[in-house]
Design a protein around this ligand. Structure first.
Ligand SMILES: *Cc1c(COP(=O)(O)O)cnc(C)c1O
Length: 297
């Protein structure tokens, strides 16, 4: 059940808005429609340990990780439980409906309980029925998730030529893997999709098992109101980007990241001659929760 890693491409984006910077996009979104982008890399090492056990994992109502885990479990024919943050909503999000359609059993728990267990490996206190399950922490974070994300750049043949590598940030697992994989003269920028997630810094340090290196920075300015929120300028901009590049973005992560990249280019943040590699971490199925017709794709 390996997604199509051979389908990954590196697409060059050109246009006046780049003001001379070079921009390549690593299309991890192409590897699989559901187990998209970074989610496959984060799940990989966990799934290697799973064997024929069931899978239990944690996420919110808009978590691409939840859908990816549900789909991966279905492909393996093992049972899967999704522990979902917060009370059950009156109307399920498309993400939850999709995860359920792959056979995932959804268990809604209070934020307090969720936070207590989201990084534990023994969650029988939450549900004694899960004793034999492989527990994957929230969003596929943890050391196996970081190790998997380190492999992302193996799919970039000429990776040393880039001066900047940018990626969207949720739990910080993916960017932690990228930080480990780059050389010290390459800058890593992580665009956070959450509002004021000031804990991110120390969470990334915990994942790296060291302090934040000097070539890494988290950018908090492009959350558009918070996680899975947006203002109209975001889908409008994503349509503009699609028209110029033919690359579809998602509104939760990669749309915000790419908007931020172009804004930083406009502000002259990137020195002349910069070669930017933006990681398209997938997540396109999340666009289904947008009103129809808002996006041109
Ligand atoms: C989950 C997700 C992220 C965030 O990844 P983390 O490893 O949690 O930081 C980024 N982009 C997309 C499209 C995602 O689905």
């Amino acid at each position: 059940m390996i997604p199509g890693l051979e389908d990954i491409t590196i697409d060059n984006v050109t246009g006046e808005a780049l003001a001379g910077a070079e921009l390549d996009v690593l299309r991890l979104d192409k590897i699989h429609p559901v187990i998209s982008g970074n989610k496959w890399f984060k799940l990989k090492a966990y799934l290697e340990q799973t064997g024929q056990r069931g899978i239990a994992t944690f996420g919110g109502a808009f978590s691409n990780h939840i859908v990816a885990a549900a789909c991966a479990a279905q492909m393996r024919g093992v049972p899967c439980v999704g522990i979902i943050r917060g009370e059950e909503p009156p109307v399920w999000s498309d993400t939850l409906k999709e995860a359920h359609s792959y056979g995932m059993r959804l268990v809604f728990v209070s934020r307090t309980l969720y936070n207590r267990y989201k990084r534990q490996t023994d969650i029988t206190g939450l549900d004694p029925g899960l004793a034999d399950y492989q527990v994957i922490p929230e969003g596929g974070t943890g050391e196996p998730g970081v190790t998997g994300a380190e492999e992302i750049l193996h799919h970039v043949p000429d990776r040393d030529k880039y001066t900047h590598i940018v990626t969207a940030v949720g739990t910080g697992t993916t960017v932690a893997g990228i930080i480990r994989a780059v050389s010290p003269n390459q800058q890593v920028l992580g665009f956070s999709s959450m509002k004021n997630n000031k804990g991110l810094h120390s969470e990334i340090e915990a994942l790296l098992l060291r302090s934040i290196p000097g070539n890494f920075r988290v950018v908090h300015d492009y959350h558009f109101g918070g996680y899975a929120r947006y203002t109209n300028s975001l889908p409008e901009w994503m349509n503009w980007f699609y028209h110029m590049s033919k690359i579809p973005l998602d509104f939760v992560y990669t749309g915000k990241m790419m908007f931020g990249v172009f804004d930083w280019i406009r502000q002259g943040y990137f020195p002349a001659g910069s070669k930017i590699l933006a990681i398209h971490s997938g997540g396109l199925q999340g666009n289904r929760s947008l009103p129809e017709g808002l996006l041109a794709y």
